[in-house]
Design a protein around this ligand. Structure first.
Ligand code: ATP
Length: 239
């Protein structure tokens, strides 16, 4: 389980997050909703060690991870599927996925069955399976997005951070991404999900937080947020 307490972070002198607290219990899907610039991506980056928090505590299964190097955090089992198609363009799909498992080989967690997990990841993402020998840079944008997500899953993570997995995808692929998130949830994968499609995110999530200007303004069980008039008006397209 992932616990974020009073987290503050930013870029240089610009403070983006002002003491936010979020809990992601084991086996649950938690979603973080907010307008553009609210600080959702910054939260993900601070948790995975891409930027250093300026205050607060983050623990993964009871171990402090704030201020640790990103690779150290990955070895402890935290996977980050970043916003915006960050794949290794000159490597094949299979090699990108295998690389996702690399921190398992050097950390203290059990390595597990990397070859079996690769096959399972390809089953979960049939589009990637068809293109397993293709260079990642030649995939469509949507396929690259899926590859980033599949690569994160290859860590066999304790918790996975999914930052806008549906960004820029055609509607049919958005639906596919949400089906995959449902399946991962069914397998017991613990997730922190940031999504522009707040209604779809709240439909799959157990619990949600609303981030406004770097502060949590509302939180609660996902079904309650779906019915909250203020949340509806601001994030769910009114009504
Ligand atoms: P979006 O939904 O648009 O992706 P977000 O909630 O994920 O928004 P962040 O990406 O966390 O928002 O950005 C929060 C604030 O931090 C914004 O004002 C943004 O301009 C600023 N910011 C983000 N990255 C940097 C950076 N590398 N350097 C300086 N400021 C940054």
């Amino acid at each position: 389980m992932l616990t974020i307490q009073n987290l503050s972070a930013g870029y240089g002198k610009v403070q983006v997050l002002h003491g936010i607290s979020i809990e992601v219990p084991k086996g649950k899907v938690v979603t973080l909703i907010g307008s553009n610039g609210a600080g959702k991506t910054t939260t993900m980056r601070a948790v995975s060690g891409m930027i250093a928090p300026t205050a607060g505590q983050i623990t993964l299964n009871g171990k402090r991870i704030d201020g640790q190097e990103a690779y150290t955090i990955a070895k402890l089992g935290l996977a980050h599927s970043p916003e915006g198609r960050r794949v290794f363009a000159t490597m094949t799909v299979t090699d990108n996925l295998t690389l996702g498992a690399f921190p398992r080989l050097t950390g203290s967690r059990p390595r597990g069955d990397v070859a079996g997990d690769l096959e399972r990841a390809l089953e979960l993402f049939p589009r990637l399976k068809e293109r397993r020998t293709q260079l990642a840079g030649t995939l469509s944008g949507g396929e690259q997005q899926m590859l980033a997500m599949a690569r994160a899953i290859m860590l066999n993570p304790e918790v996975v951070l999914l930052d806008e997995p549906s960004m820029g995808l055609a509607p049919i692929l958005v639906a596919e991404v949400f089906r995959i998130i449902e399946r991962l949830k069914g397998q017991g994968v613990t997730m922190l999900l940031v999504e522009q499609f707040a209604a779809a995110a709240l439909a799959v999530a157990d619990y949600g937080y609303v981030l406004e200007n770097g502060r949590i303004s509302v939180q609660g069980p996902a079904e309650r947020l779906r019915d909250d008039p203020a949340v509806k008006a601001a994030y769910l397209g009114g009504g």
